[in-house]
Design a protein around this ligand. Structure first.
Ligand SMILES: Nc1ncnc2c1ncn2[C@@H]1O[C@H](COP(=O)(O)OP(=O)(O)OP(=O)(O)O)[C@@H](O)[C@H]1O
Length: 533
């Protein structure tokens, strides 16, 4: 028997149209009267529709529903939850909303990608929060309090730096993050700002946030910066000083933010039973240095002591070796990785130069010549040991150069004075060991001189990063002798990566796996060799 082509809707049902012709006609008439759109269109469509078809069918359905708006009692019907039509309508609206949301999400992702590209921000991780276009978004998107925006504006922060654009939304959203961005690019604000936002207001609930820094100088500087940004709020921000560590009541310490070096913190936990179980926010600043100092156990101890399950941890540095990333992944949960520019490169605003000085005597001559001819203070000079810092200081004082010196043999007060005098412009030259190579923010250092060749590429990047900060230009001069030539290539690679020219013979040197390079050097002195002590 030939099948009636109009009966496909009833496929699988044995329906004798001839026998029930009268009922069929009545049914058909009624359906067409009640629902003209639906009846004709549905009957015309095939059983299998193309991909877009459900949408158009939905639109048609909506039209049909709107036709019934005129039906008496419709409003009661509409409000009835049990009505199947209302359920369908809700479902459709939800689907529409969902579709709109998805479209908006894709548009936002596109905008985020453009912004990240413009600022050289690279991210990896799931659902990374959108970067900031401007600081004002902190208020609209994250309800940042006015005092913080005011304080940032007062210190002259007009727009966020790349690391701030990305790291702040990540941390404020409660996500963990490890970040690598050039020296002087504003990483401190990138972790202090979200910390203040998350803490909201002062509270006496134990220690709520903790920042670990590799040196006392950097811890003091970070404390000052936190206090400046928190002005107008009653946050209690404490620096872990020697006096505080020896305080017998340390176990009862209540503060919103504590800033410490790992060793002092370990002492405080072990000897004074300091409680870190309420810490909501942990930052490891200069994280690679913290791990490099042989402090992996200490850091692990601190991370475990911060046992609050909702803690947000973050790692920041201008250099992030792979092993630190791996460590970060082991301690962090669903962290976002943020890299600004290229990983482990120097700031592009620094003009870098290599100078062959031949011998130790040659270095002193070259330095004196530079002072006589071209050096523009403030100048920061790095040497490889405290003994050499003292020797060079002795020489420069003879030349009537207004210099100060900073090394680990000095008392804390003497170290602070050396930094303060240099900051205040009372001294023009600061001679130092690597103790201040990391994180120290001396505004307007014109030139960094690596009097002694740095002992690693990371040390080089951080040392020269004391100049050329916050978008200013700077200069870095690195002296080298015969002993340093095997290690030149590693520095040259950093230089070329940040756009500086390097003689081709240096680039042709063999690559060398770099362990610490700290050769024995002749003492710094203009005295004849047989007269030296
Ligand atoms: N948004 C901003 N606009 C202008 N200046 C800023 C901004 N954020 C920070 N700064 C300034 O930039 C300088 C460098 O900032 P910061 O010390 O945080 O750099 P950093 O990235 O931590 O550097 P390092 O790797 O050497 O530790 C500081 O003087 C700081 O006040």
């Amino acid at each position: 028997m030939e099948r009636d082509p109009s009966s496909f809707l009833f496929a699988g049902i044995q329906f004798n149209r001839k026998k029930f012709a009268g009922d069929f006609a009545r049914f058909r008439d009624k359906k067409e009267r009640d629902d003209p759109v639906e009846s004709s269109s549905l009957l015309e469509t095939g059983a299998v529709e193309p991909e877009e078809a459900p949408l158009s069918a939905k639109k048609r359905k909506r039209k049909a529903v709107s036709a019934s708006d005129a039906v008496e009692g419709f409003s009661v019907f509409k409000s009835s939850k049990s009505s199947p039509d209302s359920v369908v309508e809700h479902k459709e609206r939800d689907e529409d909303e969902h579709l709109k949301e998805r479209k908006e999400m894709y548009r936002q992702m596109e905008r985020d990608a453009i912004l990240r590209k413009r600022h050289n921000i690279h991210v990896s991780g799931s659902n990374v929060p959108s970067p900031l276009q401007e600081f004002a978004e902190l208020k609209t998107r994250f309800k940042c309090k006015s005092y913080l925006l005011r304080n940032m504006a007062e210190v002259g922060f007009k727009e966020p730096t790349p690391i701030q654009r990305q790291a702040i939304p990540i941390l404020v959203s409660g996500r963990e993050c490890f970040a690598c961005a050039p020296t002087g690019s504003g990483k401190t604000l990138a972790f202090v700002c979200p910390m203040l936002m998350k803490l909201k207001h002062a509270s006496k609930e134990g220690i709520r946030a903790l920042i670990l820094c590799p040196t006392k100088e950097l811890a003091a500087q970070t404390t000052r910066e936190c206090r400046n940004l928190a002005r107008g709020n009653k946050f209690r921000i404490k620096l872990m000083t020697k006096a505080l560590v020896t305080n017998p009541d340390l176990s009862k310490l209540r503060c919103d933010i504590l800033i410490s070096t790992p060793l002092r913190l370990r002492l405080a936990i072990k000897k004074r039973k300091m409680d870190l179980s309420r810490v909501e926010y942990l930052v490891l600043d200069e994280s690679d240095k913290l791990f490099e100092l042989g402090l992996v156990k200490e850091i692990d101890f601190v991370v475990k002591a911060c046992s609050n399950p909702s803690i947000v941890r973050s790692l920041f540095s201008a250099t992030l070796p792979d092993y630190v990333e791996e460590l970060a992944r082991t301690i962090m949960h669903d962290a976002v990785r943020v890299i600004v520019g290229r990983k482990n490169t120097a700031s592009e605003s620094i003009k870098q130069k290599l100078v062959f000085a031949g011998s130790e005597e040659g270095k002193l001559l070259a330095l004196r010549q530079s002072f006589a001819e071209s050096l523009n203070p403030p100048v920061l000079i790095f040497v490889q040991s405290k003994e050499r810092a003292k020797e060079l200081y002795g020489e420069l004082v003879l030349d009537n150069i207004r210099a100060s010196v900073l090394h680990s043999d000095l008392s804390q007060i003497q170290r602070e004075n050396a930094v303060d005098d240099f900051r205040a412009g009372k001294t023009w030259v600061l001679i130092a060991t690597d103790v201040i190579a990391r994180g120290m923010d001396f505004k307007g250092v014109n030139c960094v001189i690596n009097y002694d060749f740095p002992d690693s590429a990371a040390a080089y990047i951080h040392r020269i990063g004391r100049s050329g900060r916050a978008g200013r230009s700077g200069e870095a001069v690195t002296f080298y002798t015969e002993d340093d030539i095997p290690y030149l290539r590693n520095i040259a690679n950093v230089m070329t990566a940040s756009g500086c020219e390097v003689p081709s013979w240096i680039m042709a040197l063999p690559k060398k796996r770099w362990k610490k390079h700290r050769p024995r050097r002749e003492s710094i002195s203009t005295k004849p060799k047989d007269e030296r002590a």
